[in-house]
Design a protein around this ligand. Sequence first.
Ligand SMILES: [Fe+2]
Ligand SMILES: [Fe+2]
Length: 290
Amino acid sequence: MITGAVKIAHISDLHISGMQDRKQLRDFDRLLDHFNTEGYDHLVISGDLSNNANTSDWKIIREKLEAHGLYHWDKTTVIAGNHDLINLEEELRFYNALNPLPIVRKKAFDRKIKEFCVFFQELITGEDRGSKTYPFIKIINYSSVRIAVIALNSVYPWYPADNPLGARGSVSVGQLHALSQAGVLASLTECFVIGLCHHAYKVYGTDSPIDQAFDWTMELKNREEFLGALKGIHAKMVLHGHFHRFQSYEVNGITFINGGSFRYNSRCYSELVIEGEGKFTQQFLTLPSI
Ligand SMILES: [Fe+2]
Ligand SMILES: [Fe+2]
């Protein structure tokens, strides 16, 4: 039945570690084949493409998307996760050897973000010109609905005391300010607005006191400001990853969908079906094992 609804597939946290990662790469091919066979209109990957911030892993993902005809602005959206931008071992080595000023490290981090955005430029701006950085807004017109994806960087640079694992998140003041501009809201008129970042709004806890001690190292520091900015642009939902759980939850009328981790379950993904007038359904689906 042709419903005119828009079907989006969402995966996250692939953590690819080179070409020797054969099973993962085979499973990735299988999943992309499935998305094509099932006629998904768009694919979203919410960060941690690489496990060790290697450009060669980004290249593997790019080539796979190209091979499946998905490497196009209107077909796929990717953002970076902390594992794409921060190599913890390198950070520690650099810090211990040179003890650079925080501003020097921040500049190196900003260069890495830029590198990611330039590398995936086709999926970010879709053209040679245009801003190659966050936040980026993608508005795609389908016959039944106009969808806007608002992509924000939530990866926060490594700092020895404030972000010791490089896994803590923050959305910069500059990005939040950019979203509050009147022109942005005007451009989103009549759009179904989807926020996208790597980190979770939710603070995932466990019952183990030891794990609880580490909860803050994974959290999105300024999640309330982030939520306020999303409310301001009338976002219906937010797609994210980072905490490797396939799960959805609601906060203040916004549905958050955690795309889980392809690394830990390479057969599971989130399906989002959007109809006009803001109606949508979401479910986690699992491919049968071979
Ligand atoms: Fe991850
Ligand atoms: Fe992550």
